[in-house]
Design a protein around this ligand. Structure first.
Ligand code: NAD
Length: 408
C-alpha cells in the first residue's frame, strides 16, 4: 500500500527563512592562511553583523558541511568556489578530519573547522550539506529541518527504509527544503537524454539500461554503513531511470555476486549486482553495478526506442574497447598500443560527474536563496529507495518482487 504522504510531482520549494544572522565567533582552529581568515576585530565584527542583517543572501551565505570524507572534500571545494558562499563551517565525527580539510581548502571563502558536529546547529547557518557516512544522514537531516536549516543531503537519504520514511516526513512537516544528492540528474548528457525521450525522437521506449562500474572497491570500512550495493550505488541508476523516463518501476528481479574481496560477503553485501526492471508502460530496464571494473569508471545510460537509440557517458574516456580493433591504426585515445582501456579512462565518479557535482551545489544555493524549486526533493529519494529495497529483497529471496510490496 502507498504511504500517506503527498508524494506526486516535486513540491515547490518553500523559500528559505530570512532570519537575521549573527556572525559566529571565529574558532581558533579556523584556517588563518590570509587576512580574510584571521579573527575579526571588534569593528569588523560590527560591520559584518550589519552587512549580514541587511544583505541579500547572494554573496553572503554561511553554509555548514557535515562529513569531511571523500565526497565531503569534493563538496567543500565546490562550495568554496561559489560566489554566494562566503563562510563554510566544516565538521566531522572525527574533528581531525574537519581540521585537515579546512586547512587544505582554497582561501576563496572563510573556512571554519568546528570541533563538534553539534556546533553546526548553533552556527547560524543558511544551509547545511550532509556528506557524512550514510548511517548518520537521517539524524543530521532531521536535526537541521527542526532548526529550519535547508539541507543538501548526499544519497541515500537514510540507511534504511524506516529512516528514509521518517526523514521524508520530518522534512514535509517542517516545510524546509531538503535536496538529495542524485547528481546524475545534473549531468548534461542525462538531461539531454530526458529531453530527447520527451520530444518523441526515440519513439516508444522498449529498453533502458544503466550501469555503474567502479574501477576499485571503496575502503573496507565504508561498506558496513553503506546500506549495500543496491541502496548505496544502484540507487543512482534507479533514480536516473525514473528521472529520464518519467515512468515508475512495477517489478524487479535482482541477482548479485561475490568474486572480489571477502569484506563485502562478510558484511552481507555483494560486490556486483544487476536487476531486470519492468516499468509501468511495459518498457524493460536493466541496472548493473560492480566494485571491480579495473578498466575505469563507467556510468552509461542507454535508451533504445522504436525510432532511435541514444547513449550517455560514451566518449573517449569510456573504459571499454571496441572490437575488432583496427590493425596498425593507433587509436588517439589509447597509448598507441592496441587493446587496453582508453588512456584517459575515467578514474572514478568524481571525474565522470565533476560538472554534475558542481551543478547540484549551485542549484542548492539557489534553493537556499529561494530562487528555484528543489530539483531533487526527499519524496523522489524515497521512490528510488523503494526500488533499491525491492532489489535487495529480490536478491535475498531469489524471486521477482513487485514494488508495491515494499511501499508504505
Ligand atoms: N553522490 C555520489 O556520487 C556519492 C559519491 C560518494 C559518496 N556518496 C555518499 O556520501 C556519503 C559519504 O561518502 P564518502 O565516500 O565521503 O565516505 P567517507 O567514509 O570517505 O566519509 C564519511 C565521513 O563521514 C564522517 N562521519 C561519520 N559519522 C558522522 C556524523 N554523525 N557526523 C559527521 N560526520 C560523520 C566520517 O568520519 C567520515 O569522515 C555516503 O552517504 C555516500 O553514499 C555519494
Amino acid at each position: 500500500m502507498r504511504h500517506n504522504l503527498a508524494l506526486g510531482p516535486p513540491r515547490t520549494t518553500v523559500p528559505a527563512r530570512r532570519r537575521p544572522r549573527v556572525t559566529a565567533p571565529v574558532s581558533d582552529i579556523s584556517n588563518t592562511g590570509n587576512a580574510r581568515n584571521r579573527p575579526l576585530t571588534l569593528l569588523e565584527r560590527s560591520i559584518t553583523l550589519v552587512t549580514h542583517l541587511t544583505a541579500d543572501r547572494e554573496g553572503s551565505m554561511k553554509i555548514g558541511l557535515a562529513g569531511a570524507g571523500r565526497i565531503g572534500a569534493r563538496h567543500a571545494a565546490a562550495l568554496c568556489a561559489l560566489p554566494e558562499v562566503d563562510d563554510l563551517h566544516v565538521a566531522d565525527a572525527d574533528p581531525g578530519r574537519a581540521r585537515d580539510l579546512a586547512a587544505r581548502l582554497p582561501r576563496t571563502s572563510r573556512v571554519v573547522a568546528r570541533d563538534a558536529v553539534a556546533d553546526l546547529f548553533s552556527a547560524g547557518l543558511d544551509g547545511l550539506v550532509v556528506a557524512a557516512a550514510t548511517d548518520a544522514h537521517a539524524g543530521l537531516v532531521e536535526r537541521a529541518v527542526a532548526a529550519r536549516i535547508p539541507v543538501f543531503c548526499e544519497k541515500p537519504l537514510a540507511a534504511d527504509l524506516d529512516g528514509t520514511f521518517q526523514t521524508v516526513a520530518a522534512a514535509a512537516t517542517a516545510e524546509v527544503p531538503v535536496q538529495v544528492g542524485f547528481q546524475r540528474r545534473f549531468d548534461s548528457g542525462n538531461a539531454a537524454a530526458r529531453e530527447a525521450l520527451a520530444s518523441g525522437r526515440l519513439g516508444w521506449l522498449h529498453t533502458v539500461r544503466s550501469c555503474s562500474f567502479d574501477p576499485a572497491p571503496p575502503p573496507a570500512g565504508y561498506v558496513p554503513t553503506s546500506g549495500g550495493l543496491f541502496r548505496d550505488c544502484v540507487i543512482h541508476d534507479l533514480d536516473l531511470i525514473r528521472f529520464v523516463t518519467g515512468r515508475e518501476v512495477v517489478r524487479v528481479m535482482a541477482a548479485g555476486a561475490n568474486r572480489g574481496d571477502d569484506f563485502f560477503r562478510e558484511c552481507g553485501d555483494v560486490d556486483t549486482g544487476s536487476a531486470l526492471l519492468v516499468l509501468d508502460d511495459g518498457t524493460l530496464g536493466q541496472v548493473s553495478a560492480t566494485r571491480y571494473n579495473a578498466a575505469g569508471y563507467d556510468s552509461r545510460l542507454e535508451l533504445f526506442g522504436s525510432k532511435d537509440s541514444i547513449v550517455t557517458g560514451m566518449d573517449d574516456r569510456t573504459p571499454v574497447t571496441a572490437l575488432p580493433e583496427r590493425d596498425g591504426e593507433p587509436d588517439a585515445a589509447r597509448d598507441g598500443e592496441p587493446g587496453g582501456a582508453p588512456r584517459r579512462a575515467y578514474g572514478g565518479f568524481m571525474e565522470r560527474f565533476a560538472d554534475a557535482y558542481d551543478a547540484e551545489l549551485r542549484a542548492f544555493v539557489d534553493v537556499v536563496a529561494g530562487r528555484r524549486a528543489n530539483p531533487c526533493p526527499p519524496e523522489e529519494a524515497l521512490e528510488a529507495f523503494y526500488l533499491a529495497e525491492a532489489c535487495e529483497l529480490s536478491l535475498r529471496e531469489g524471486r521477482i518482487v513487485g514494488t508495491e510490496e515494499v511501499r508504505r
